[in-house]
Design a protein around this ligand. Structure first.
Ligand SMILES: C[S@@+](CC[C@H](N)C(=O)[O-])C[C@H]1O[C@@H](n2cnc3c(N)ncnc32)[C@H](O)[C@@H]1O
Length: 280
């Protein structure tokens, strides 16, 4: 049976198209508060940014099925010399929305990751105490859960179809709270200016926290990485993206750009364009 993929162009602070308890897994990466390269001055204040997270967390609690998981890739952000504790604040916000805080995994990028300016250079210029600012190679993957999961609710045949490959699990060290995953290069053509996460991140999350045929939501869809991997793994998906200009990128990434591919089957793609709330 084919999978269905729905792209909603609009603001994810409101998810009215998505019925209550209809989502089995959320994998997403919200914009990082005014990140110097990607979202410079996007939000008027940190308070406004946290207000967006609060509304999204509340909507996610409504649409996520009982027992299910939200995987949030997020990190603290240094903006104009001030470090904003986004991980701590987002954790509190999701708890207050009703989720249980289940785990935090650290995503480590390769040592050569140098996109953000090398803060440690300050000490090299001034080799004295108090000039130390470390280079950041880490991001957080926060895992929240809505109540208890009923393991007996899944039919045996679906369980078998969704079985995790233990060799892959061990080889790539999925079992630890440290995931070493290469970042997407800033020069990658499909992800230019989008701050996309690597495919490996939704791949692990979808395999570990959802069953074949279920529905995965990414409310900050960006280039469509979550949707692409959901399709690849036999899951349905819903993505919300505020930027209309990303439609062709998403279609291309997920494989609905009209090019016939070897893996073409009966999968379907639908776009819902809201009357307002999106940006060009
Ligand atoms: C960090 S990027 C996500 C990248 C994505 N994980 C990927 O792999 O391409 C965040 C995305 O959220 C979108 N966005 C920001 N605010 C939004 C909102 N309120 N509603 C929907 N999308 C939003 C941005 O336009 C951006 O594409």
């Amino acid at each position: 049976m084919g999978t269905h993929h729905k792209l909603i162009i609009g603001n994810c602070m409101d998810m009215h198209e998505i019925p209550e308890e209809s989502i089995q897994l959320v994998v997403t990466s919200p914009p990082y508060f005014n990140a110097p390269f990607d979202y410079k001055d996007l939000f008027k204040s940190y308070g406004q940014y946290l207000g967006v997270l609060k509304k999204v967390a509340k909507e996610l609690f409504r649409v996520v099925e009982r027992g299910r998981i939200v995987v949030l890739n997020i990190d603290d952000m240094l903006v104009k010399g001030i470090k904003y504790p986004i991980v701590a604040d987002a954790t509190k916000i999701f708890q207050e929305a009703g989720f249980n805080y289940r785990d935090r995994i650290i995503w480590k990028k390769p040592d050569g990751y140098l996109r953000i300016s090398r803060r440690s250079g300050v000490l090299l210029q001034n080799p004295y105490p108090m000039y130390f600012y470390p280079d950041n190679l880490l991001e957080s993957i926060l895992i929240f859960q809505k109540g208890k999961f009923d393991y007996k609710s899944i039919p045996k045949s679906i369980k078998e179809k969704s079985k995790i490959n233990i060799k892959e699990f061990m080889r790539n060290k999925w079992f630890m709270t440290l995931w070493e995953i290469n970042n997407v290069l800033p020069c990658s053509p499909l992800e230019k200016d989008i701050a996309a996460f690597p495919e490996e991140l939704p791949y692990r999350a979808i395999k570990l926290f959802s069953y074949v045929g279920e529905t995965i939501l990414d409310p900050f869809l960006g280039s469509g990485t979550t949707m692409k991997i959901a399709r690849q793994l036999g899951r349905n998906s819903i993505g919300i993206e505020i930027k209309k200009s990303l439609i062709p990128i998403i279609k291309k990434k997920v494989g609905f750009d009209g090019q016939k591919r070897l893996d073409d089957n009966s999968d379907t793609f639908e776009i819902i364009m809201r009357p307002k709330g999106w940006i060009e």
